[in-house]
Design a binder for this molecule. Structure first.
Ligand SMILES: [Zn+2]
Length: 431
């Protein structure tokens, strides 16, 4: 599975000759002829990508004496991209046979770049694209709002800690606090028997306190951002009062489980159910909070122009984008500025701008680099009314209090060059 660092690497990647290939493979549900359909689909996608590459190679910005040299260079690039596509095609034949995972491949032969990742089989479709940057929306849909998730299994003398990332469950720790043996002094006429029982209860309480402290420390050290607990009701009633309020706030939910008998598959399924319900809640809350804050000109902005501005100011905590939102914009190749007005020259540095077909894709590298929480909003009439793009802010900077046109704003650090400010605050900011 893919790590945060690997996603950042993808977000940073750029190929000036537009040969960055992104291939997402979603295995189809097993049914008749499904395999065959997948093979045909991939072949069609590859053919289409080749056509696009060829038109890129022929339409280079060449003039004068460099023309022939560039032509050769383009031809070389086309050949290496063709090799990438062949490799993808061959690989897709193998992918058909085991359909438990989806797959993502990012390739750029001219820069010697090839990365393959397994993903949970939750992509919307199989797709292939060729562009200046990698196509990251499917990845962002899976990851955008994924916190580092800890799962704690607990009983009276043992606790196991797992983390869950992209459908993959891994065990991190196993604590055992052996209970004082029950009935050690039973021979001494009842007094010691009662004493031993109390000691067992004391030991359990000690264990619960220790684990509660451990959870708080882990959250503070950002080992995980949210957590889920699996235990029996009887233990929960004793454990819950030991929890620090900070840990309580970060708890997404509890499921009933017996530590000694529950399977990893069960843990994963239960945790994912709790997680996806909490995500839905969180997304709805974020939408209504953002709209409300924007109405009061406080910690919320709506509409593309304001959202782009807030991203450049480094104010954004949570970004909300309509599932099917698309909008044109221009981008400055010099400073990375994105502008909702289709201006020919960058208002920040005066360089000639270039068009971006879909601004919601163009902002993703920066969103990913800065670890901004991201939700794709589905079918929400209120959200539709405010333009299908909005952001909840960590703070509202002075410059944004009176909304000015981007064109007259002073030169802020570009989206692309800002050194991870947002990310650093995210742990503290995430609700
Ligand atoms: Zn610029």
């Amino acid at each position: 599975m893919i790590t945060r660092e690997q996603i950042h690497e993808l977000a940073q990647f750029e190929d000036q000759s537009s040969c960055a290939l992104s291939f997402y493979f979603q295995p189809s549900a097993p049914r008749n002829k499904a395999h065959k359909e997948e093979a045909i689909l991939t072949k069609d996608l590859v053919r289409e990508a080749l056509r696009q590459l060829e038109s890129n190679a022929n339409g280079g910005h060449t003039n004068g004496t460099d023309k022939n040299r560039n032509k050769d260079k383009n031809k070389e690039k086309l050949e290496s991209a063709r090799a990438d596509l062949d490799r993808i095609l061959r690989l897709s034949q193998e992918l058909r046979t085991h359909g438990t995972h989806a797959k993502a491949i990012f390739a750029c032969a001219s820069q010697n770049f090839w990365r393959e990742y397994d993903l949970p089989a939750q992509l919307t479709s199989t797709q292939l694209s060729v562009n200046r940057r990698f196509h990251l929306k499917p990845l962002a849909q899976l990851l955008g709002s994924f916190p580092r998730l800890g799962i704690v299994l607990l009983d009276r003398h043992r606790a196991r800690l797992f983390d869950l990332r992209l459908g993959e469950l891994s065990e991190r720790m196993d604590f055992v606090h052996p209970l004082t043996r029950r009935g050690r002094g039973d021979g001494f006429g009842g007094y010691d028997a009662g004493h031993a029982e109390r000691r067992v209860a004391d030991d359990a309480l000690h264990h619960f306190k220790f684990i509660a402290q451990f959870i708080k420390d882990s959250l503070e050290k950002n080992m995980f951002e949210k957590w889920i607990i699996g235990c029996q009701d009887i233990h929960w009633s004793q454990f819950e009062p030991q929890l620090h309020s900070y840990a309580q706030q970060k708890l997404l939910g509890r499921f009933n489980a017996e530590l000694a008998h529950v399977s990893n598959e069960e843990i994963r399924a239960q945790a994912e159910k709790i997680f996806s319900a909490s995500q839905q809640r969180r997304c709805q809350e974020a939408v209504s909070e953002t709209i409300n804050q924007a109405r009061h000109r406080a910690r919320g902005v709506t509409g593309l122009r304001r959202v782009l501005h807030s991203l450049e100011l480094g104010e954004v905590q949570t970004l909300l984008i309509g599932e099917n939102y698309r909008a044109q914009a221009v981008e400055c190749p010099g400073c990375g500025h994105l502008d909702a007005h289709l201006v020919s020259f960058c208002p920040m540095c005066s360089r000639e701008t270039r068009e971006v077909a879909d601004v919601s894709e163009a902002i993703l590298p920066s969103v990913i680099r800065h670890d901004i929480e991201l939700f794709y909003v589905n079918d929400d009439p209120e959200f539709d009314k405010v333009g299908n793009i909005a952001a909840l802010l960590r703070f509202r900077s002075e410059q944004n209090k009176t909304v000015r046109s981007i064109a007259v704003a002073p030169p802020y650090p570009s989206l692309g060059r800002q050194p991870g400010l947002v990310g650093r605050y995210r742990g503290a900011a995430a609700g």
